[in-house]
Design a protein around this ligand. Structure first.
Ligand code: 3HC
Ligand code: NAI
Length: 690
């Protein structure tokens, strides 16, 4: 077994180095060795100890993969309790990050020094839990109740500078060697005759500046539907109102309660799936090609966003447009995006000054790019012309990617003499903000080209998901199906406003009609025009009439909602309601009532059913790929884990039976996906296929 804690001496100072790559997660083996190392220090004649992390960070927290499994001794809370009661002083020397249980260990030490740039925080709520190793009791004693509440309920880390101002660390130092920083600080402490200083012995913190009930109201508003934040605040309250020991017990009770929730399960699933999506068996051992320069063709909505994302990743970018005017306009948009990034602290002024962006109207200028992403109009003819030109100018080995939303990437590749180098890289709008990237892989694409698209996606900060070729790939294909279910509900009696409200209450950031107003009604209209109405599809003629009335959504001030000074976020429109009533009357539909539950169930059943088809047909390789697409591109609430996780939670037999029931209204549209039926009949779950 490899040693996860090294023990050595520097004069009177003992150094305990945690070495458990990649992130020094506090799994069972490490806890055992850390406890042994602490006991060794107690028995040793060293006068002070420094706890430090090897590698890129101090401690990444509890081992997330152990949640939900039977706990093994020593537990982290016990380990920290023991550490805190060591009679000689212990210093935490923090670099990189001290997160969750890692920060709790630091708070169990008697002194803390952090290197500049280190991040300290409690991300537990983003995993559906709360700091469960004394963090809710010790942090308020050290930084005060208000600051602790903010730190613990937001899940957001603070940097070392802020940590020092808050009193979370005693000292912040420049440099890149935490061992040296720890030894220097420990030496000073020795000279001063410093003694062990357990946080547990500090007085209970005062109540926060605001009432507890105000905190609850705010947390419910900030994190609708989620429980971890509320419970975390409850645990902090225990620190103010109970003894240290009773507070710890209360923290443990609340922690255990959260560990057993579907929200915790969903959030941990989301954490791992962010990393799992890029691990494809087909890419094992496949080296991506080097990417040192990127080209973008088309500088409209998408092209300028993609170019922004690439320059933000530090890549030199050449963007080609049809005319000088269009190229200038694209440059202006990118400059504005970059200014925004500086304002939001995503880009430093210094890096802003060094960005490497060229705009051009000459294809030859793209010849040195390693990857070119095409984002011109959504037309096969236009795209094939562009790819023909790229085929002529691009150097050998360059990757030719298309950002098409729906078109057949294989057909685009087929027009070139280098089909193996052509791939889809489907970004989402706004491309410099949205996390999702669908990598669309036709059969003809070379594995290292796929690997290159994934590597580039990662470098651009995206979560890349592999998709096969079909109309709409994973996301847009599923979207058009659940949107059709919404249209059907409207025709049968639900209002689009009620549908939006019900889905927002479920946890979507925005309901489908608000999303459509944002994207523009022309997008849906043009898609329908291109495809025609397929068998089994719901006739969306009322949507089309809105489009024909010039109601294109936010950009025209009217779509499903009215946008004006009184209602910048949109308000319902009587005219839309009347139009829907007219359409129902024309079709002889007697409107019926849909409750919020009816709406959510139908909408999600449609989503899951189409997702099951997408997995069944191999368009998505695994259910987790679908979850990732919906979570990172379509506003599905993270704390529900994605549609496949939701489906497993509801039960696949229930969903199969719902489809059968809805089919009584519209048998063409509601046909259960073979995979859904197969899994439901054999009492399996989607997660069994991950
Ligand atoms: N437990 C288990 N595995 C973890 C982990 C953790 N806490 N943190 C990271 N990992 C794994 C990742 O899954 C990944 O595995 P892989 O290589 O097999 O895909 C590997 O470590 C590297 O992780 P990243 O790719 O995320 O590495 P980065 O350098 O980009 O980021 C990090 C490092 C900032 C530490 C980031 O991994 C992170 O945010 N981790 C989670 C931190 C966290 O949430 N800690 C709190 C845990 S809950 C807790 O402590 C409860 C306590 O209160 C009782
Ligand atoms: P857009 O209309 O905003 O931009 C297209 C740009 O391409 C225009 O600026 C145009 O001048 C330029 N162009 C057209 N032909 C060209 C040529 N031959 N050479 C160089 N430039 C040329 O369109 P948008 O929305 O940016 O879409 C581009 C592509 O991205 C489409 O395939 C679309 O389906 C896809 N897409 C769009 C999303 C969106 O939300 N708008 C989301 C994801 C993909």
């Amino acid at each position: 077994m490899t040693e996860t804690v090294h023990y050595d001496r520097e004069g009177q100072i003992a150094i305990l180095t945690v070495d458990n790559p990649p992130v020094n997660a506090l799994g069972h083996a490490l806890r055992v060795e850390l406890l042994a190392a602490i006991e060794r220090f107690e028995a040793d004649d060293a006068e002070i100890a420094v706890l430090v992390g090897a590698g890129r960070l101090f401690l990444g927290g509890a081992d997330v993969s152990e949640f939900g499994k039977p706990p093994k001794d020593p537990w982290l809370p016990e380990l920290i309790g023991h550490l805190e009661r060591v009679a000689k002083p212990v210093v935490a020397a923090i670099h990189g990050a001290a997160l969750g249980g890692g920060l709790e260990v630091a708070l169990g030490c008697h002194y803390r020094v952090a290197l500049a740039g280190a991040k300290l925080g409690f991300p537990e709520v983003s995993l559906g839990i709360l700091p469960g190793a004394g963090g809710t009791q010790r942090a308020p004693r050290v930084v005060g109740t208000d600051a602790a509440l903010e730190l613990i309920t937001s899940g957001a880390p603070v940097d070392a500078t802020r940590a020092q101002v808050m009193g979370l660390v005693d000292r912040m130092v420049e440099g890149d060697d935490p061992r040296l920083a720890g030894i220097a600080y420990a030496g000073e402490l020795l000279e001063q005759g410093a003694v062990a200083r357990p946080v547990a012995d500090m007085p209970a913190p005062a109540a926060p500046g605001r009432d507890w009930s105000d905190w609850n109201v705010e947390l419910e508003a900030r994190h609708p539907g989620q429980i971890a934040q509320i419970k975390a605040a409850e645990a902090v309250r225990a620190a103010c109102e109970m003894s240290f020991e009773d507070g710890l017990a209360e923290e443990r009770r609340l922690f255990d309660l959260l560990v057993d929730t579907p929200q915790r399960e969903a959030l941990v699933h989301a954490f791992f799936l962010e990393r799992q999506v890029s691990k494809l068996p087909e890419l094992k051992g496949v080296e991506p090609r080097a990417v040192e320069a990127v080209g973008v063709v088309g500088g409209g909505t998408m092209g300028s966003g993609i170019a922004t994302a690439a320059v933000l990743a530090g890549l030199p970018v050449t963007l080609l447009e049809q005319s000088e005017e269009a190229a200038d306009k694209a440059r202006l948009t990118i400059e504005k995006n970059l200014d925004g990034a500086v304002k939001r602290g995503k880009l430093t002024e210094e890096k802003r000054g060094r960005i490497d962006l060229t705009t051009t109207t000459d294809f030859e200028a793209l010849s040195e790019a390693d990857v070119v992403v095409e984002a011109v109009f959504e037309s096969m003819d236009v795209k094939r012309q562009v790819f023909d030109q790229l085929d002529h100018v691009m150097k050998d080995g360059a990757v030719l990617a298309t950002n098409t939303s729906y078109l057949d990437v294989g057909e685009i590749a087929g027009g070139t003499r280098r089909r193996a180098d052509v791939i889809g890289m489907h970004f989402f709008s706004p491309a410099h903000v949205m996390k999702l990237l669908e990598v669309v892989v036709p059969d003809t694409t070379a594995p290292e080209v796929t690997a290159t698209a994934f590597a580039l996606g990662k470098r651009m900060g995206k979560i890349a998901v592999r998709a096969g070729v079909c109309d709409g790939f994973i996301g847009n294909r599923i979207l058009s199906h659940y949107r059709a279910a919404a249209t059907e509900m409207v025709l049968q009696g639900a209002s689009p406003y009620r549908i939006d409200a019900a889905l927002e209450a479920f946890g979507f950031a925005m309901g489908p009609y608000k999303v459509a107003d944002l994207a523009g009604l022309d997008i849906g209209y043009m898609t329908r025009e291109r495809k025609g109405l397929q068998t089994g599809e719901v006739n969306p003629d009322w949507d089309d009439r809105l489009y024909e009335m010039g109601r294109l959504g936010r950009k025209t001030g009217r779509g499903y909602y009215i946008y004006d000074e009184d209602s910048p976020k949109g308000r319902p429109d009587e005219e839309v309601t009347r139009l829907i009533e007219e359409v129902r009357a024309e079709r002889g539909v007697e409107p019926r009532e849909f409750t919020d539950t009816d709406i959510v169930e139908r909408y999600l059943t449609a989503m899951v059913n189409e997702a099951a088809r997408v997995v069944g047909e191999g368009i998505a390789k695994r259910p987790l790929d679908v979850d990732a697409v919906l979570l990172f591109g379509y506003g599905f609430p993270r704390w529900r884990g994605g549609p496949m996780t939701y489906a497993d939670h509801v039960g696949l037999a229930t969903l199969r039976d719902r489809v059968a029931r809805y089919a009584e209204d519209n048998p063409d549209f509601w046909q259960a996906a073979p995979l859904l039926v197969e899994l439901a009949d054999s009492e399996k779950q989607f997660k069994d296929l991950n």
